[in-house]
Write a protein that binds this ligand. Structure first.
Ligand SMILES: [Zn+2]
Length: 439
């Protein structure tokens, strides 16, 4: 790689992989972190980036995004989704298998890997389906897809209703040391619910999706993980009951991890009421009540929840412009995640900055065994520069869709620059920040 070296000076380097939080310079060269030190002299020809007042962290890693390609390119593509990722400070994302066709065999996995190579702006690792066609009946070609580069398996978007299939999936995936990522809902208990079952759904007259439909499935699956010794990763936990099941299982040594979304950490079912049935507040699992939301924040701080994942789920305006009950589930999240978390938890001191970077970067990378989430010398030159003081107004998006509860809102926290392999893939703009080195 012949790119000019990049010297990032004067920033606050937060690297949880090495317990670093101090003012340091970072030199990126030949696609990797060449040096992290106090005052590094600019090498000849280097681009110098002034990071005074900014946090310099390993690029964010999102284990849960829907890039919609192939099949739903009108919602998002690998190109637009990864442009959104770069704007959000994410340098690595893992894409879910519920495309059309579903990523359930080697040929489709290979096609997706090729499209990633041709069009992605950041690193993308595909997740393969657990079952053929996400139908929950027959296992997908897990071993063959692993050879194509999948990093986990999941039927996300749908639960694995059959306990027997779930057991087989755990057994089979563990042969390839792949985590099984589960979207937990008991369909018989959800029974057509469209928002959290509670006082808000009763008042609004909408069918409720009860918390127990999630937690009962988590309880089943941690037992199956214990039985099989496999790695279970619970996607988008949203209830106190799910957290209790995860805590119990962990205490018994079960290999279970879990993620939470920015929206479940910050919004509740009362937001559905306040927004007067705005479908940008409709997602699966649904926004829960305040007690659940507060429990999720506590669990993220105390380590019960391993990481944040956005569950970026783009939908076209026309699809979301329907009555609440009929609209599809899902919200976008890549571009807003950092500001949502900074605004709600860092500015308010509910979450230390080092923990914020850990849950967005170091922890998710470790969970899927990806060699990112660190600024160790020799590591990938994947870096994000962000501000915890500057504000972002989300008036436009790089994503092809804009189904975000934060559209047109202004939040504290701003991604300033994103680098992948030592090369800038996003800059928030503003003159006079980059200066060519004179030396
Ligand atoms: Zn899901």
């Amino acid at each position: 790689m012949n790119d000019a070296p990049v010297l990032i000076t004067g920033g606050r380097v937060v690297d949880p992989s090495r317990g670093l939080d101090q003012g340091l310079d970072v030199l990126l060269r030949d696609g990797v972190v060449a040096r992290v030190d106090e005052r590094i002299a600019a090498p000849k020809g280097a681009t110098v980036v002034d990071a005074e007042g900014l946090v310099v962290a390993p690029g964010f890693v999102d284990l849960h995004v829907h890039l919609r390609e192939p099949g739903y390119e009108y919602k998002e593509t690998i190109a637009t989704g990864t442009a959104a990722a770069a704007a959000g400070g994410f340098t690595t994302v893992c894409s879910m298998a519920n495309t059309s066709p579903v990523v359930d065999d080697a040929a489709t996995a290979s096609f997706v890997v090729r499209r990633i190579r041709e069009t992605a702006l950041v690193r993308v690792f595909p997740i393969g389906a657990v079952s053929k066609g996400l139908e929950g009946k027959e296992l997908a070609e897990i071993g063959l897809m692993k050879a194509e580069g999948i990093v986990a398996v999941s039927d996300d978007g749908r639960p694995i209703a059959s306990g027997l299939l779930m057991r087989r999936a755990l057994e089979y995936a563990s042969m390839f040391d792949l985590p099984v990522v589960v979207h937990e809902e008991d369909p018989s208990l959800v029974a057509g619910g469209v928002m959290n079952e509670g006082w808000a759904s009763t008042r609004l007259g909408l069918p409720g999706w009860p918390a127990v439909a999630e937690s009962s499935m988590v309880a089943r699956d941690v037992e199956l993980a214990a039985l099989t010794g496999a790695r279970l990763h619970v996607a988008h936990v949203s209830t106190r009951g799910s957290l209790a099941a995860v805590r119990r299982a962990r205490a018994e040594g079960v290999r279970v991890s879990c993620e939470v979304t920015p929206h479940h950490l910050t919004l509740t079912d009362e937001d559905v009421a306040r927004s007067a049935y705005d479908t940008r507040f409709k997602m699966n699992p649904p926004l829960r009540d305040e007690a659940d939301r507060a429990a999720l924040v506590e669990a993220l701080a105390d380590g019960t929840i391993d990481c944040v994942a956005t569950d970026h789920a783009p939908h076209h305006d026309d699809e979301k412009a329907m009555e609440f009950a009929a609209a599809p589930f899902g919200v976008t999240g890549l571009e807003t995640a950092l500001a949502v978390l900074v605004d709600s938890f860092v500015a308010t001191r509910l979450l230390p900055l080092t923990r914020l970077v850990e849950v967005l970067s170091t922890a998710p990378a470790r969970l899927f065994g990806l060699p990112y989430g660190t600024l160790a010398e020799g590591a990938a030159g994947d870096v994000v520069l962000f501000s915890t003081d500057r504000w972002t107004t989300f008036s436009s998006f790089r994503s092809r869709s804009r189904n975000s509860p934060w559209a047109d809102r202004t939040l504290r926290g701003r991604v300033e620059r994103t680098f992948v392999r030592g090369r800038e893939v996003y800059a928030a703009g503003g003159p006079g920040v980059v200066t060519p080195a004179s030396a």
